[in-house]
Write a protein that binds this ligand. Structure first.
Ligand code: BTN
Length: 256
C-alpha cells in the first residue's frame, strides 16, 4: 500500500507532484500523460502500482511487479525548461534518483549514458523521456521513471542485469519517503538545468564511471568501439577512436 499522506508530508516542492494521481493499474503512466485529450497542470505526477504496458527506451518493455516499486511519470508544460537539450532533463532525472539514493541509504549509484542508474553494475532505475509538439512549439514533456525498490526477484531476460534497492540493502524500504525525496531533488535539479547547466553536467560526470574507458555503442545493427572521452555541453557522448572524435546521439553503451 502507498500511503499518500506519508508522501505528501515530505513533499517540499512548489510544482512537481502538487497534483498527484495515484492509480492501481494503468497501461503506462507515460502514455497517460502523453494523451493530448487530457490536460492536467504543469508538474502533475502519476504513480501506478502496476503498468500493463510499461515502456522502456527503444520500444522495450518495462516490467515491474505490482505494489513494490515506483513507476511514475512527471508532466512538464512550462516552456522555460524546454530551451536546453532534453539530454539535460534526462540527466536531472537520473541525478535525482542517484542523489536520493545517496542521501537516504548511503549507497553509491553509478550513472550510465544516457539515463540509467546502476548499483553494483546492475540496473536499479531507467528513464523514458517523451515529448509532444504542435508545429515548432513543444507543448509537453513527460519524464517516466521506473525505480526498483522492494522487488525480491527478477525473472525473464534483461538487457542489463536488474536489481532493487531492497536486494542491495537487504531491507524493506519506505516508498513514500523515497518518492518525496526524489521529486524534491528533481524540482531543484530541473531549475539548475536552466540556471547552472555546467553543474548538472559535472554532477553527472562525477557519477559516470565509464568515462575514460573503452566502450561499445550499439544502435540497431551498428556497433562501434572506442574510448568514452566525455559528454559535451548538450549531454551527447563523445567517442574517441585514435585521434578522431565523434558525437554519439543514441545507443546502448557497454564496457568493451
Ligand atoms: C528504460 O530503461 O528503458 C526506461 C524505462 C522507463 C520506465 C518508466 S516506468 C514509468 C514510466 N511509464 C512507462 O511506460 N515507462 C516509464
Amino acid at each position: 500500500m502507498f500511503v499518500i499522506e506519508e508522501f505528501d508530508i515530505k513533499l517540499e516542492t512548489e510544482k512537481i507532484g502538487r497534483n498527484f494521481i495515484y492509480t492501481e493499474e494503468i497501461d503506462s503512466t507515460n502514455s497517460y500523460l502523453m494523451n493530448r485529450e487530457f490536460n492536467p497542470p504543469d508538474g502533475t505526477v502519476v504513480l501506478a502500482e502496476k503498468q500493463s504496458k510499461g515502456r522502456g527506451r527503444k520500444d522495450r518493455t518495462w516490467n515491474s511487479l505490482k505494489d513494490v516499486n515506483l513507476t511514475f511519470s512527471i508532466l512538464l508544460k512550462d516552456n522555460r525548461h524546454f530551451k536546453t537539450n532534453f539530454n539535460l532533463i534526462n540527466f536531472s532525472a537520473a541525478l535525482s534518483v542517484a542523489i536520493s539514493i545517496e542521501n537516504l541509504y548511503q549507497l553509491r549509484p553509478e550513472l550510465k549514458w544516457p539515463n540509467d542508474v546502476l548499483i553494483n553494475t546492475k540496473k536499479v532505475s531507467g528513464i523514458l523521456l517523451e515529448s509532444a509538439s504542435k508545429g515548432e512549439k513543444i507543448e509537453r514533456v513527460v519524464i517516466g521513471i521506473g525505480l526498483n525498490v522492494n522487488q525480491n526477484i527478477f525473472q525473464g531476460t534483461y538487457n542489463i542485469p536488474p536489481t532493487s534497492l531492497k536486494l542491495e540493502l537487504e531491507r524493506h524500504l519506505d516508498r513514500e519517503i523515497l518518492l518525496a525525496e526524489l521529486l524534491n531533488n528533481f524540482e531543484n535539479l530541473l531549475h539548475k538545468t536552466r540556471l547552472k547547466p555546467d553543474w548538472i553536467l559535472n554532477e553527472w560526470r562525477n557519477r559516470c564511471r565509464m568515462i575514460g574507458e573503452r566502450i561499445s555503442i550499439t544502435d540497431g545493427e551498428k556497433t562501434i568501439t572506442g574510448i568514452f572521452d566525455d559528454i559535451d555541453d548538450d549531454g551527447f557522448l563523445i567517442l574517441r577512436q585514435g585521434t578522431q572524435t565523434q558525437k554519439i546521439l543514441n545507443g546502448d553503451v557497454s564496457s568493451a
